[in-house]
Ligand binder design. Structure first.
Ligand code: PNS
Length: 163
């Protein structure tokens, strides 16, 4: 059975991530979506909230597992007996960061391979950061994130702004 780990911050999951998950399910028998519990930036959503939102919106629960990890991604891959990491590519701007990360991961674990899937054109410009910024400033985020995420974002912003 072919397995790939799809790691990320998923703060929160967007329709862009979902397009990568759909592509990953064409290429692999099983996907493990691995939420980094300590991402570099302070997340808006807790790791539980982020994993819940993925479970609520990802397709094919029998082929998609949602988990969280701490520390190095390569250590998590070894623990899960997986050697393929799946990442999404959007614009050219993603390329340099992804190249660095893929090479660093291969340096840390030489048997590991990173496979890239292009985001579909409707989601080429969608990122968690832009969605959060648009939502904070009152922009319409319908169609950019799953319904459950839009609802939770609205609730979270109402709490943090006291409104
Ligand atoms: O969605 P993101 O924020 O681009 O995901 C980045 C992530 C979480 C995949 C990356 O930062 C990561 O793998 N973090 C775990 C720590 C690690 O292994 N760092 C070395 C890899 S360069």
């Amino acid at each position: 059975m072919s397995i790939a780990i799809y790691p990320g911050s998923f703060d929160p999951i967007t329709n862009g991530h979902l397009s990568i998950i759909r592509g990953g399910l064409v290429a692999f028998d099983k996907l493990i979506i691995a939420v980094a519990s300590n991402p570099k930036k302070t997340p808006m959503f807790s790791v539980e909230e982020r994993t819940d939102m993925i479970r609520e919106s990802a397709p094919e629960p029998d082929r998609v597992e949602v988990d969280a990890f701490d520390g190095l991604l390569v250590d998590y891959c070894k623990k899960r007996n997986a050697r393929v990491v799946l990442r999404g590519l959007r614009a050219v701007a993603d390329f340099e960061y992804e190249l660095q990360m893929a090479n660093m991961n291969r340096h840390l674990y030489e048997q590991m391979e990173t496979v890239f899937i292009m985001a579909d054109d409707a989601n080429f410009y969608v990122s968690s950061n832009l969605v959060k910024e648009a939502a904070k400033l009152g922009g319409n985020i319908q169609g950019l994130v799953p319904e459950t995420v839009a609802t939770r974002l609205t609730q979270k912003l109402a709490k943090t702004t006291g409104g």
